[in-house]
Write a protein that binds this ligand. Sequence first.
Ligand SMILES: [Zn+2]
Length: 328
Amino acid sequence: MSDKWMTELAALTGLTHYPKQGPFAHKDGALIGDRDGYILAIGPATSDRQSRIVLMLRFPEMQQPEGFRELVTQALENAPTFPDSERKAISKMQYGADFFLWQWNYSFGKPKADQVAALVTALVDAAKQVAPKFAGKCEICKSNSASEVLLHNNVPGYYCSGCQEKLRVEGAAADQAYEELPTNLPKGLLFGAIGALIGGIAWGLVAYASNTIFLYGAILIGLMVCWAVFKGIGKINLAGKISAFVLTVASVVFGDAIFYTLAIARQEKLPVSMDLLKQVLANLWEIETSIDGLSSIAFALIGAGIVIYQKRRPKFTPEFQRLGEPST
Ligand SMILES: [Zn+2]
C-alpha cells in the first residue's frame, strides 16, 4: 500500500525510492533525488503519534536575506500548482540556512500523491526565487565537483571526497577531544548531594503538608539530582551515571524518612527529634516496601534516566552513505 503510494509519487516527481534510507527514520525510507539543482527528500514520518509526509528541500548554505520567510511565502502563494488544502500550513514551514522542511500531517490515509507532487513543484519554484542551486558543486568547498547525492548522517547532500575526508578527520578529532574532557567527580558528587538534599527535604515536606505522595514529584527529583551531578562532573561518564542513580534513590528515601518522622510525630503526638528520625531510618526498608516507597524510587529513577538519555554522549564523526539500489 505504502509502496504503491511511493512508486506513484516517485513517477510524478522524478525522484527515486530508497527503502530504509533517508532523513526521516522511517521503515518505508524516502524518495530522494535532485530536481532543478535542489535536493529533495520526501517520505512518511511519525512523531508524537502524528502521521505525516515530510518534504525536505536542500540548497547550498546561504545568507538569508531580510524577510526570508515572507519571500518564500509569497513565492509559494503565487505558485499555480500549490495545493489549496495546505495553504494555511505555509506559516508552519520550517527553514534554515540550507533547507526548507514541510510537514503534511494527516489522520486518515496519506494525502493524494498528485497533491504532494504539486507541493513539490511549488516548493522548487519558490526555492528558485530565493535560494542558490547546487550546480554540481560540493556544498562544503563549493569548488570541487560532486555529482552524486550522498547521505551525510542520513541527510542528503553533495560532498566531494576531499570534504568528506576533512569532515571525518574533524569529527574524529572532536570525538577524541570529548573523550579527553576533564571530569570533576568530587564536584559532581557535591552538586548531586546538594540536589539530593534539597529534593529530599522538599519531597518530605510536600508529602507531609498534603498527606499525599506525588509520584510525578519523584520524577522531578530524579531530573534535578541527575542534572546536578552532570553539571558538576562536566560530562556523562559511568561514574556519573552510577552517582546520579545512587543519589536519586538516596534523595527519595531521605524524603520518605522526613515524611514518616513528621507523620509519626503528629499521629503519636511526639516531639520531632533525631531519635525519632533514627528509629524511622532503622525501619526504613520495612516502611518503603510496605507502602508506595518502591514506586517513588522507580519514578525517580525514570527522571534520572531521562537526563542521562538526553545528555548521552554526542557523536561527532560523520557518517557518509551512498544511496542504495532503488526499489522498483
Ligand atoms: Zn568539497
